[in-house]
Ligand binder design. Structure first.
Ligand SMILES: [Zn+2]
Length: 177
């Protein structure tokens, strides 16, 4: 005769803890990692990349940012995240094409260049092709703020900062240059 046995979990597997995203340190303007061209991500499906993505999204939200590129957390790999209107986008090994001729001026700031803003001219629309956090190919025709953030983050992957392109640079105190 079989007796039914209720299972008593004496402990919970440490799964929840393992999935907790970490807040990473955002490196700043003078750090040369920000000036390097990022390497392609070899395996977008690796556990390391999945963990990095989760940590980057948490770090971006924690800093009230709308975009964050891997070099900004000291990882020189071709990957960035965008968070707009409660939607998160992940772009791994992105390529931008079909850039529009019409341009627009917009005030930018950067989590790696704190307390500084400046107007930057950029094309209004573009198409981005990349791989997402599940390893699936994505293709998005972007305009407005999304197109703006994508171009700012693509620059990070190229070792460029918005202050290289800004027409003027402002600090809280006033104009810097
Ligand atoms: Zn930035």
């Amino acid at each position: 005769m079989q007796t039914e046995v209720d299972t008593l979990w004496e402990y919970y597997p440490p799964k929840a803890e393992k999935n907790m995203a970490k807040i990473l340190k955002i490196i700043q303007e003078k750090n040369l990692i920000l000036r390097k061209k990022a390497e392609p991500v070899k395996d977008p499906n690796s556990a390391e990349i999945k963990e990095l993505i989760a940590d980057m999204i948490a770090t971006m939200k924690d800093a009230n940012g709308i975009g964050l590129a891997a070099p900004q957390v000291g990882v020189s790999q071709s990957l960035f995240v965008v968070g707009l209107e409660d939607k998160n986008y992940v772009f791994i090994n992105p390529i931008v094409k079909d850039i529009s001729d019409d341009e627009t001026l917009f005030e930018e700031g950067c989590l790696s260049v704190q307390k500084i803003w400046g107007p930057v001219v950029r094309p209004k629309k573009l198409t981005i092709k990349a791989v997402d956090e599940n390893g699936n190919p994505v293709k998005i025709r972007a305009k407005g703020l999304l197109a703006r953030v994508i171009q700012h983050e693509m620059d990070h992957l190229d070792g460029k900062l918005f202050i290289d392109k800004a027409e003027k640079i402002y600090t809280i105190e006033g104009q810097r240059s």
